[in-house]
Design a protein. Structure first.
Length: 133
């Protein structure tokens, strides 16, 4: 089970990096170097901290994927929630175990999400990298 938990953590990290990088490209900001930006709100400079949730919401809003477009939002949320579920504190409390079928489903979802930006993206090499057979 540990390899599946590791795979879910990796997928969640890829998802976070994907949306953070995408939003940074849109805003022309390097959120990996500095996850903080400053914007003028009502004439005053205000600090804006980019969160994972903000990056997702901002990119989906830019793509005009609304809350009514539940399918893709659910896939994003499922991967994010799975990663959070095996966070050390939660894992120790609930003992959540990931399975091969859960990982395979999440990988298909991640591939579809990545294709929002990179239309020809193929997950095959990624699956080989994390050794899901």
């Amino acid at each position: 089970y540990e390899i599946y938990n590791g795979a879910v953590i990796l997928m969640g990290s890829i998802l976070e990096t994907f949306f953070t990088g995408w939003w940074g490209d849109i805003k022309r900001e390097d959120y990996f170097r500095d996850p903080v930006s400053f914007e003028f709100v009502h004439g005053k400079e205000q600090r804006i901290d980019l969160t994972f949730r903000d990056a997702i919401d901002n990119v989906l809003k830019r793509l005009k994927i609304t809350k009514r477009d539940k399918k893709i939002r659910e896939k994003i949320e499922n991967i994010r929630a799975m990663r959070d579920e095996i966070h050390t504190r939660v894992y120790l409390k609930h003992g959540t175990k990931m399975t091969k079928s859960i990982c395979e489903s999440a990988l298909k979802d991640l591939e579809e999400i990545i294709r929002l930006r990179y239309r020809n993206f193929q997950m095959d090499s990624f699956m080989e990298m994390i050794a899901i057979e």
